[in-house]
Design a protein around this ligand. Sequence first.
Ligand code: 5AD
Ligand code: SF4
Length: 487
Amino acid sequence: MAIIKTTDKDWLDFQSAVKELKEYFLSLSARKGRALTYNVLTYGCQLNESDSEKLSGMLSAMGLIPSSGGELDDADVILFNTCSIRENADRHLFGNLGVFKTLKKKDPDVIIAVCGCMMKVPENVAKIKKSYPYVDLVFDPQQLHRLPLLLRDSIRSKKQLVNIAADDYIAEDSFFPIDRKRKFRALVPIMYGCNNFCTYCIVPYARGRERSRDFGEIVRELEDLASKGYKEVMLLGQNVNSYKGEDGKTFADILRAASDFEEFSRVRFMSSHPKDISDEVIDIMATRPNVEKHLHLAMQSGSDRILKAMNRPYTISRFLEIADTFRSRVEGGSLTTDIIVGFPGETEEDFQQTLRAVEKAKFDAAFTFQYSARPGTKAAAFEDQIPADIVTDRFGRLTEYTNRYAEESNSRLAGKTMEVLIEGISKAGDMTFSGRTITNHLVNFTIPEELGIDPGPDNLEGRLCEVRIDRARPYSVDGVLVSLRGA
Ligand code: 5AD
Ligand code: SF4
């Protein structure tokens, strides 16, 4: 498997395919007497969200406009960006593909395409070929930059086109038109893929080998984002701390470069692997005011035996040592994690060790997962798979623990006035606003009328404010806005 950097020729081919598709869609639109739309359905993690911003950017460049965006919203181009980690992802995809069959029958010009991590699992591709012949195009996440070429070929041939690459490409973000979903937050991938091969995980197969973007390109992108008014950047990678740029540049160099832009109120990053996180990065978090005081460090298990079987090269005492370093250096910082229960061979004693580790680390929040075998991974072939009822029982007991510490973490904020970056109207839809502290705590707040603040998203999104926190909930805190910063 080779790592291939895109060249100027790829860029020229890209542009010429976009141009041809634009003409095609323009004539189709004239024929139908209406504007043509696209719907990109995104499942899974922030890397997928970032990919979808590029997919949307490319479709916009072809002259299409976004549909209203519901999950089953009709559109002229429907693109599924799939995930193979999250529960039930496959049921979701195949269920939804079934729904669009009627649409395709009614209007053969509709294009249905599927990409994302699930397409690197041969069984899924075989199923589409066999049972979903009306899907026009199937491609994998490594070939995002080839969407225009593949779409053009599929329209020309009028046959199902399946193109799964054997190579890992690295296309710089500057290559793409990007439709960023949020006005104030920019997702900035700094590296792609993963070399760790944790035995339960499909990502190294789905996303290929680790490859880092050019340091210079990343800084240029940050410069551009700062000049366009973005307030928050989220540096993304499966394993950001193993970033390796030209001239020995490390993740610490990127974090410093990003935080040098005063325009950014928040510099965030995801994810860190315990084997790679450095004291230098923790120091940057401690000393730079606009770098978030939040570290997401996946523990996965509290048992050394299970960590070894997972191919996670650290012991639980080393993990807790890093947690201690973070807590002692980054005052008030929050530590979050991922934990899997029911990994093959996990005994009650192993599970108890996980509970004890949670007690010691006192995670501010935890994403908990029930182990599920992913075809193609090593652990899927392990013999001692744990019965579902035991997994469910352990999961329930674990979440009771993790919720307790999450609530405690939120309770510590009660009574304080904290700086919050406003994200928008809260999901409750009742004129409660939401935002995050620099420790990534979610804050829902109201705005007293007497302050005379325009509550419109254009005025509020991306701005910093002070919120007095008066109540803690399990996953968030409630408060009242005290003052709004700057214009
Ligand atoms: N089963 C359960 N959880 C998984 N994760 C990854 N693969 C699996 C799997 N096969 C979890 C890990 C990872 C998070 C993103 O998803 O905890 O950190
Ligand atoms: Fe998967 Fe492990 Fe890589 Fe994370 S570090 S993406 S869990 S293989």
